[in-house]
Design a protein around this ligand. Structure first.
Ligand code: SF4
Length: 419
């Protein structure tokens, strides 16, 4: 399939706020539920293994007028919860049988309460992600919660809780998805003129609603297709976009950023889809075995929800997911990390990607993103890496000032090597 045709399909999925593809999936899989996952990260492998379709929810963007959503919130918080309430109260989320709210921030936590009151009969789950980043404490706590979450979603599907082998199989499918995305990211870093930011973003957004197997095929097909594009590099700077991990900027803003003279070689848009770096299980191609993976010391019962270690041939995939959260997650403002590490990581990433600078693009009133900016900026300044900063809302409609700011940033780096 041509890259342009893949992008057109992804854009249609992105524009469909009523989740038509989810309805189609449910019609093709009678009795199986679809579960909405709020940002930033919920392990979709658990939902998949329990027999449900995981659907990542990222707000309504600039495609929906907010009428009822504004009544639920004060003015000084971000925009995403307003559009989530609007989507829900206008029936656009009716295809979903439940919702999981991770412990991202106070806004997402409070949104879970509003959904509890307004979505009668739906499954509502708050998922406390670990704060203690060691396997014996946070890992063991998280593993227990994942076992409970899997059992609850399986009940929605009228099934038994998934055993180790079922979960291991789901993780393998997501591992393949992660490899496909990593291959695409490698093309972005090496030849960003082949891969426009809005295209990769739409491709990632398709993964919010498609089954993982279909999404992996799309990513692999797109990556293969762009390799054949006859495009030449342009005189643009290479930037990393930081801060857009939860509420998403409108598509027009992403297009503006690239048109103003930047190649975005890495970003944290829709970060939940790339949360874990590398494989969770390392089964294939000499990457090791589930048995080796599960030998790592995550406390708690092994061998799946109920059985002894490896009782059904899958090792301890629940433990592997917990270890992945503790040890293989990307650096994120919503994940606890000792002081200083985030700045070091950003500097390392910028240098590894040979980026010229950083664009801090955060949603207005987003505490996790905005509180992280001063220490990150300090680390960049100490490393002589230029940056610019702007805020957006998911329904921002005017991009002129951002175009001017990013254009000036690009020109000054091209002319003088600094902003
Ligand atoms: S945009 Fe920021 S403040 Fe708003 S829900 Fe997301 S993480 Fe929380």
């Amino acid at each position: 399939m041509e890259a342009e045709a893949i992008v057109r399909r992804c854009e249609a999925l992105y524009a469909d706020l009523s989740l038509g593809s989810v309805r189609e999936w449910k019609a093709a899989h009678p009795g199986r539920p679809a579960v909405g996952l709020l940002p930033v990260y919920v392990p979709r492998e658990i939902v998949h293994a329990a027999g449900a379709l995981p659907v990542s929810l990222l707000g309504g963007g600039d495609q929906i007028d907010i009428v009822k959503g504004d009544a639920s919130f004060q003015s000084y918080i971000c925009h995403l919860p307003r559009s989530m309430v609007e989507l829900s109260l206008t029936g656009r989320l009716d295809a979903l049988d439940g919702f999981v709210f991770p412990s991202t921030c106070d806004v997402i936590r409070n949104l879970s309460g509003i959904f509890q009151m307004t979505t009668r009969g739906k499954y509502i789950r708050y998922l406390d992600l670990p704060q203690a980043m060691d396997e014996g404490t946070g890992g063991a706590f998280y593993r227990r919660d994942l076992v409970a979450l899997a059992a609850e979603i399986a009940r929605l599907a009228g099934r038994e809780a998934p055993g180790d082998e079922a979960l291991a199989e789901s993780i393998r499918r997501y591992d393949r998805n992660r490899r496909a995305i990593a291959a695409l990211w490698a093309v972005r870093a090496g030849a960003p003129w082949l891969v426009a930011l809005d295209e990769t973003y739409l491709l990632m957004r398709a993964g919010a609603v498609l089954p993982v197997e279909a999404h992996t095929e799309l990513v692999e097909a797109y990556t293969a297709a762009v390799a054949g594009r006859a495009r030449k590099p342009e005189d643009r700077i290479r930037v990393v976009v930081v801060g857009a991990f939860c509420e998403q900027p409108p598509l027009g803003l992403l297009r503006t950023l690239e048109r103003s003279g930047c190649y975005v070689v890495d970003d944290d848009l829709f970060l939940g889809a790339r949360w874990v770096e590398g494989d969770v299980l390392a089964l294939e191609e000499g990457r090791g075995s589930v048995a080796e993976e599960s030998a790592a010391p995550v406390d708690g019962p092994k061998g799946g929800p109920h059985g002894p270690p490896g009782s059904d041939g899958g090792g301890d995939p629940y433990g592997a997911l917990a270890r992945a959260y503790i040890g293989k997650s990307l650096v994120a403002s919503t994940r606890y990390q000792p002081d200083g590490r985030r700045g070091e990581d950003l500097v390392r990433r910028v240098r590894a990607l040979k980026a010229d600078g950083v664009v801090f693009a955060a949603p207005s009133f987003c505490d996790p993103a905005l509180l992280d900016q001063p220490p990150l900026q300090k680390s960049l300044s100490e490393a002589n890496i230029p940056f610019i900063t702007f805020k957006y809302a998911e329904n921002t409609g005017q991009f002129q000032s951002i175009r001017e700011q990013a254009g000036t940033f690009s020109d000054s780096i091209k002319l003088w090597g600094e902003a």
